[in-house]
Design a protein around this ligand. Sequence first.
Ligand code: XIL
Length: 390
Amino acid sequence: MKVRKIIAILAIAALVSCEDDDGPDTSRIIVGGPTDSVDPGGETGGGETTDDPLLYNATEYLKDIVNFPMGNIVSAAKLSNSSQDEFREVLGNEYNSITAENDMKMASMYVGPDDYNWSDGDEIVDYAKANGLRVHGHALVWHSSIPGWLNSFDGTDEEFETLIENYIKETVAHFAEVKDDNGNSIVASWDVVNEIWDGPVLRGTLFREKMGDDYASKLFTWAREADADVKLFYNDYNIAGEPGKRNSIINMVSDFQANNVPIDGIGMQMHLNHNWPTDDLPLSIEQIAGTGLLVHISELDVKANYGDDVTELTQERAEEQEDQYQRAGYYYTELVPEAQQHGITIWGFRDSESWLYDGGNDWPLLYDNEFNTKIAHRGLVAGLNGEAVE
Ligand code: XIL
């Protein structure tokens, strides 16, 4: 343990990668450095982590296990913050795809009529280019990320629609500009629209009200007009877990396909609970893959305290969470044909940074508050390696 920490400290101080060529070494895999160096948040889960049954010493980095991209979320602020060395190190070790948690949403980017602030997105794209990462764009249109000025827009419906068309086209064209060495855009894909289904029925949103029930197809068409190559995704939650909602989405996609509305993929958010869903998890992955489109597990996390019935992450809960991560990784790897695997993106790093942390009442992610790998990580590794849960 001491050796591991010393190595981590030296590595951070020298700003060198923890990877070298002397083979697997558990001391190199967990990158948690001294707990007092980067721990704004939280509880101390520290101590002798190898003795802590909630943690384990990882021997494989996620991205090295699979042939599809492994992603996690970022913000421009964290990518440039000098106190976030450890975050960037884990990011570089384990992931090769990034999604902006909030910086590339409409409320962040569309700051006034035909007025854009892409600066945070640009920083993320530049970081990705410099570090050989893919960017998955998230999300052009979402009812929960509407800028105030647009919410109170009092022009005609036609004017509203033109504003949205301009926004989609300008934004997609802008982010198509930065290319990798092969001439491919760093932003390889976009969630064009997020969460338009409310259970099995179309959600009432500002966009639907102003643009009509077929607004999603217009958004996809505009995005394609702006960039012929970028992969266009529909993204939603509970696609696993709510068969009625899933059917509506699959019907929408068939409709798009029959009418030449451009769509390349489906993002299954995968905000799971430790014990939900069960049988519907593989079934949903199979059915979504059955559309023939790309499949992205786009926001994976696993709540361990959905019922608010525990006050700490118990061993039993941690093991159930580990199993659920394993199932997600296993079924994705086994059931989605390789050509359709857009990747798996985890929605956060340390528990304390999760949107579901709930002031310390839940622990949904792969790393504890000191960046030690939880046994949830072990579950995901096993699933990605093709090991089914017993
Ligand atoms: C969440 C972010 O994690 C939070 O920081 C933000 O306050 C709200 O949005 N589904 C999505 C994501 O598609 O964009 C959401 O992200 C989580 C649910």
